[in-house]
Structures are given as structure tokens and as C-alpha cells.
Design a protein around this ligand. Structure first.
Ligand code: NDP
Ligand code: MG
Length: 389
């Protein structure tokens, strides 16, 4: 029996993970499930999979969670600290699927206790990649990619030497507005931005896909995961979302990973690694699909990709600033305070202001310094939005 913890169990990735685990209950024992506001789902999933403990991120929901778990014998807890404590409980495999930088502290705790961390929470790698990697190395723990592009790269690299890798190409569907003229983007609604043409995902990553901030985060994620130089990382628009990534080698070969847009493939690969096991994922009929198309992303249309390159050139804590400013700009867009295109303006302005402060982003990376910069960046983003009013 493998001991499993799922951070962010009530979300899109968390639910797909539970779906895979439920299909083979004899193989897995669930230690902890964590969630946020969706108490009903958290409690019912904890009952179904027989978790030891269920934790909500919100202190004010502890009584509701206790009531929903009454008579089950399952422990209930609440708050960010309690999520980190749950992640520190001995487990063999921990799914990191909280959305946002809130996933960083529990991800570190999971690595510190030596668990394999299946990482969907790209924000933690963007904000604190070197810290996660060092923590994993220090505790002899492993981080496995779950983001589909990074899982694809990881799979294409099996048995290969990194010395032979020349380039890594991650694909982007182009999101909800890939065929819209840029002038129309200024007025898109939150609802329009929350619909993805190919993938069913949480609202925040869906909007990030439409703005290309998701791909911008993924460029940085690729650098951290595979220790690449920024020039090796390329983005290709591929509307069908079937080729997830390609790795280019020194002999000219390109190894492409092709699969249906179903996150259970990447989650299942990380769950079964180093083996491959059957997964409930549809087989692709390439003859019926007929054509796969690719194009270069339009740099003017997607400032997020340019900003990602600037962040990669700066290194240090610039990733923490970038991620936090993006999270806050997204909050403001969802709240209707700024338009869709203003998100990248806000992020750029926060980067400019905080990177200009001497020594700020060059400080050593630790949980404290990342948390500090994260707070500063969110406050700065709020100020920038206020000034625009
Ligand atoms: P969802 O919004 O569907 O789920 C997020 C999860 O995190 C929920 O369990 C939510 O709880 C919980 N949560 C939200 N805020 C907090 C917080 N402050 N502290 C603790 N828990 C919190 O997101 P997704 O599943 O789509 O994405 C999860 C992560 O995986 C993200 O980092 C995303 O970028 C990444 N990812 C997602 C993909 C996808 O297909 N969905 C693909 C690749 C990467 P509740 O809902 O109960 O409030
Ligand atoms: Mg992805």
C-alpha cells in the first residue's frame, strides 16, 4: 500500500487524482486531503477514501468541516499551518495541487519528510524553484512534473543525456481568444476568459491560459525543472492541444509527446512512475484528427511571454515577484477592477518597481525571503491598480 496525500483535493487536479486512486483502492492508503471553501466535497471525499485527516485552508470553516465529518473518525483541521502539518505527515507520494503560491510551504514540508512530490502547483516552482530543488536534494526526495507539458518533456527525456538536449518546446493552445483580434481583448469578460477550448481546468489557470500567463509561468517552470538556459526554451502555438511538448536533440531529432488533453495522463504517469500502467485515457485516432498545426506566438499579442524572458534573465527572487504580481492582477481582473489586457501592464509595472529597488530581488532564496517578496509584490500590484483608477 502506498500512502498518499492530496493538497488541493477539491480542485480540478485533486479530483482527477482521486478518480485515479479510487480505481485501485487496494494499492493506496490516503493520509490527508486538503481543500479550501468546498467543505462538502472535502468531507465526502475524505469519507469515501478513508483519509486520516481532512484540512480546510479557512479557519472560519472548521466547524462546518467537523460537522460534515461527524461520526467518521476522520480528524478535521483548518488553516495554512494545518495544511503544512498535514503535508508533513509521513506519506510516500504527495500531490501538490493547491492553486497559487499558497502551495509552496506544504510542498516544502512534503519534501522534508522525504515524500515524492507530484507537482502541479507551478506557482511554487516559479516563485522558489531553487529552494524546492535544494530541499528535495537535501532530503533525498523527488519532484515529478504533473503539468502536461513538463510531464511530456520528462517522458521524452527518459534514457537521454541532458548534454544531448538542445531545445525544449512547450506548446500552447492559445486559450479562449486565440482567434480574436487584439482590439477586442480589452473588453472580454471574466466569464469569456474562464472557458478553455480544449482543457477542463480550474478558473484561474483557464484565465491564465487565455492571457498566456500560464505559458509564461511554464517557461520558468521548465527552466527550474530541467535546469535549462532560457534560450533553450521555446513556445509554439498548437491549437489542437495534442502535442504537449517536444525535446530537440543534438542530432536534429525532435521527440514529441502526443496525447489527448486529459490531465489524468500526466497525473497517472507521476503516480505510477517509474512504471507505466494502464490509465482511463482515450486513445487518439490520428487518422480521424488528420492535421496538427503549429505557429509561432505573436510577441505583440502576448506580453506575458516577453515578461517571462525578462524574469528568467534576472533570476533571484524575480520569479516570486512575477508570480505574486500575476496572482494579484488576476484577482483584480476577476473582481472586475481591471480589464483583461491590463493584467500584463500591472505585472510589468510591479516588476519594474521592485526590481529597481537595490538588492531586493537579489537576496538569497529562502521561504522567508520568498514570502516577504510575495507580500511586497501583492501590495505593489494593489497600488498600481489603485493608481490606474
Ligand atoms: P482549482 O482552482 O480547481 O483547485 C485549487 C485547489 O486549491 C482547490 O482544492 C482549492 O480549494 C484549493 N485552494 C485554493 N486556494 C487555496 C489556499 N489559499 N490555500 C490552500 N488551498 C487552496 O485549480 P486546478 O486544480 O485547476 O489547479 C491546481 C494547480 O495545478 C494550479 O497550480 C494549476 O496551475 C496547476 N495545473 C492545473 C491544471 C489543470 O488541468 N487544472 C493543469 C496543469 C497545472 P476549494 O476549491 O475547496 O476552495
Ligand atoms: Mg500546462
Amino acid at each position: 500500500m502506498r500512502r498518499i496525500t492530496i493538497l488541493g483535493a477539491t480542485g480540478s487536479i485533486g479530483q482527477s487524482t482521486l478518480d485515479l486512486i479510487a480505481r485501485e483502492p487496494d494499492l493506496f492508503e490516503v493520509v490527508a486531503l486538503t481543500g479550501g471553501r468546498n467543505i462538502e466535497r472535502l468531507a465526502s471525499d475524505a469519507r469515501v477514501c478513508g483519509a486520516q485527516i481532512a484540512v480546510t485552508a479557512h479557519d472560519d470553516l472548521l466547524d462546518d468541516l467537523r460537522a460534515a465529518l461527524a461520526g467518521s473518525g476522520i480528524e478535521a483541521a483548518a488553516g495554512a499551518e494545518a495544511i503544512s502539518e498535514a503535508a508533513a505527515r509521513p506519506a510516500d507520494w504527495v500531490m501538490s495541487a493547491i492553486v497559487g503560491a499558497a502551495g509552496l510551504p506544504p510542498g516544502l514540508k512534503a519534501l522534508e519528510q522525504g515524500a515524492t512530490l507530484a507537482l502541479a502547483n507551478k506557482e511554487s516552482l516559479v516563485a522558489a524553484g531553487p529552494l524546492l530543488m535544494e530541499t528535495a536534494a537535501r532530503h533525498d526526495a523527488r519532484i515529478l512534473p504533473v503539468d502536461s507539458e513538463h510531464s511530456a518533456v520528462f517522458q521524452a527525456l527518459t534514457g537521454e543525456s541532458m548534454d544531448a538536449v538542445r531545445r525544449v518546446i512547450i506548446t500552447a493552445s492559445g486559450g479562449a481568444f486565440r482567434d480574436w483580434p487584439r482590439e477586442r481583448l480589452a473588453n472580454v469578460t471574466v466569464e469569456q476568459a474562464s472557458t478553455h477550448p480544449n482543457w477542463a481546468m480550474g478558473q484561474r489557470i483557464t484565465i491564465d491560459s487565455a492571457s498566456m500567463f500560464n505559458k509564461a509561468l511554464e517557461m520558468i517552470e521548465a527552466r527550474e525543472f530541467f535546469d535549462l538556459v532560457p534560450e533553450q526554451i521555446e513556445v509554439l502555438v498548437h491549437p489542437e492541444s495534442l502535442v504537449h511538448a517536444l525535446v530537440g536533440f543534438c542530432d536534429g531529432a525532435l521527440m514529441a509527446h502526443v496525447g489527448p488533453p486529459d490531465m489524468r495522463h500526466a497525473i497517472g504517469y507521476a503516480l505510477n512512475w517509474p512504471e507505466r500502467r494502464a490509465l482511463p485515457v482515450a486513445a487518439l485516432d490520428l487518422a480521424a484528427i488528420g492535421t496538427l498545426s503549429f505557429s509561432a506566438p505573436d510577441a505583440g499579442r502576448y506580453p506575458a511571454l516577453r515578461l517571462a524572458r525578462e524574469v528568467m534573465a534576472k533570476r533571484g527572487l524575480a520569479g516570486a515577484v512575477f508570480n505574486a504580481a500575476k496572482e494579484r492582477a488576476l484577482d483584480h481582473f476577476i473582481a472586475g477592477r481591471i480589464g483583461f489586457l491590463a493584467m500584463s501592464d500591472v505585472v510589468e509595472e510591479v516588476l519594474t518597481r521592485l526590481c529597481a529597488e537595490k538588492g531586493l530581488v537579489d537576496a538569497a532564496i529562502s521561504l522567508d525571503s520568498v514570502t516577504h517578496l510575495d507580500h511586497l509584490s501583492r501590495r505593489c500590484a494593489d497600488r498600481v491598480v489603485k493608481e490606474q483608477d
